[in-house]
Write a protein that binds this ligand. Sequence first.
Ligand code: NAD
Length: 326
Amino acid sequence: MQHVLVTGAGGFIGGHLVRRLREEGVGRIRAVDCKPKDEWYQVFDDVENVQADLQLLDACRDVTEGVDTVFNLAADMGGMGFIENNKALCMLSVLVSTHMLVAARDAGVERFFYSSSACVYAADKQSTPEVRPLRESDAYPADPEDGYGWEKLFSERMARHFYEDFGLETRVARYHNIYGPLGTWRGGREKAPAAICRKVATAVLTGDHTIEIWGDGQQTRSFTYIDDCLEGTLRLMASDVREPINVGSDQLVTIDQLVDIVEDIAGVKLERRYKLDAPQGVRGRNSDNTLIRERLGWAPSISLEDGLAATYAWVYDQVAATMQHG
Ligand code: NAD
């Protein structure tokens, strides 16, 4: 990796990836996002920061020029509340996925990473809270999350065919609920860990000791701390694994248990109000890490308690600052 392009670098995972690549000593990094730079979560002055809309092929050609490695993380995404209500927007990320692959192929890029999602997994394998962890083969027969999941499933297949037909080395991770500081925590796109941290922090700061929980609290998920996500991503990128692979924790918890952990971190007990008609996604989802252990000799391991402590501390500061300064 001499000259690396990170797309979606103004977002949560992309920002952390740029930071990590700098720490790894990568010499030249180009960071690209469609958002204005003052909205990026992390901006580093020693990398080339570019604002560009990568739905446009010409923009993809411009930013891939001269790079040998691409991490394509740009997508329109958010938590269940966003993806259930913005299916077309989520599917339009296919323009980024397609144009980035075409531009990378034409620019002679050596390696291309695509961030897929656990939302590609078939719905009928996720219908109970005591769900069997999802193996990579469970994506077929296809019945992914409508909108967002279909785009991911299509684009990961396209990445495979770009290797088969054009020889572009592609690597695909299926991320499972990545969380951590310096990501979306309000505004409608935030995911459960950040939303719960925000609600608990708000309760602590206002003294209103109630919390709204989406669903009945019994739906299950696993959550992957950002540092584990980055380690898995870099190991996958350095490997010869050409098929999509889970990058996700297998520590399964209910949403109620997630709230318990954040309450313990904050030192409060809140009155829970369940919003049963809120978007909830599948009933249960967990990652089967057999393949990543076998192929990469590694799997995510940062505990939810540790990861949430760091996340809560950051979200708390954001809530406190917002209450002070508006
Ligand atoms: P994020 O929303 O924080 O970051 C995505 C970034 O892409 C945003 O900053 C956005 O402005 C940018 N973007 C969107 N459209 C663009 C365009 N046309 N041109 C340029 N930039 C564009 O999301 P994230 O959590 O950092 O996710 C990164 C990637 O990982 C996404 O592809 C997402 O689908 C995938 N993923 C994330 C999770 C998760 O739990 N966070 C889980 C599964 C998959």
